[in-house]
Ligand binder design. Sequence first.
Ligand code: IMP
Ligand code: MG
Length: 171
Amino acid sequence: MTEIEPIVTEAQIRQRVKEMAEEIRAAYPGDKPLLVAVLKGAVFFLADLCRALGPGFPIDFLSIKAYDGERPSGAVQIRLDLATDIRGRQVLLVEDIVDSGMTLTYLYEMLSARGPSGLRVAALLLKQEAYEGSVEIDFVGFRIPSRFVVGYGLDLNEEWRNLPFVGFVKS
Ligand code: IMP
Ligand code: MG
């Protein structure tokens, strides 16, 4: 039977999301960026983050072609685009996890090309050693080892998203 070994607990996530909300509010004095979450995994983080941020932060979503199981599919494609025109707006891209950075790099370039007045990135999890991108990740929740994790929105073939913590898959 598959077991999940916790690496970030529910309490740690709750605490860190609160701190990240503080960091984000401080980074946008007098301004409320559009929070753009990447479906589906980042929805869980977005839901907690935007409640921790307080009133007035608009949200929107985009969906890309995701990993096929544990392996990257090689190319990133848009499956569902934003409903919002981001030209001239402050945008905060909200990601669940950054691994190689391929997805983030693609999304960052795509969103930048639309002319937002600012574009920053918040990622709950960063696999620091695997990251090959050059996009700065402005707000990082936890730096984790380069192993496949599930929970708090992250799935393995659509399973385990519901877990309130993040853990390694032990098989
Ligand atoms: P990257 O393009 O290699 O940075 O991978 C980023 C995307 O791959 C994330 O948005 C996730 O959808 C997925 N991903 C990467 N690592 C994991 C993991 O450990 N568990 C679940 N999904 C992951
Ligand atoms: Mg993702």
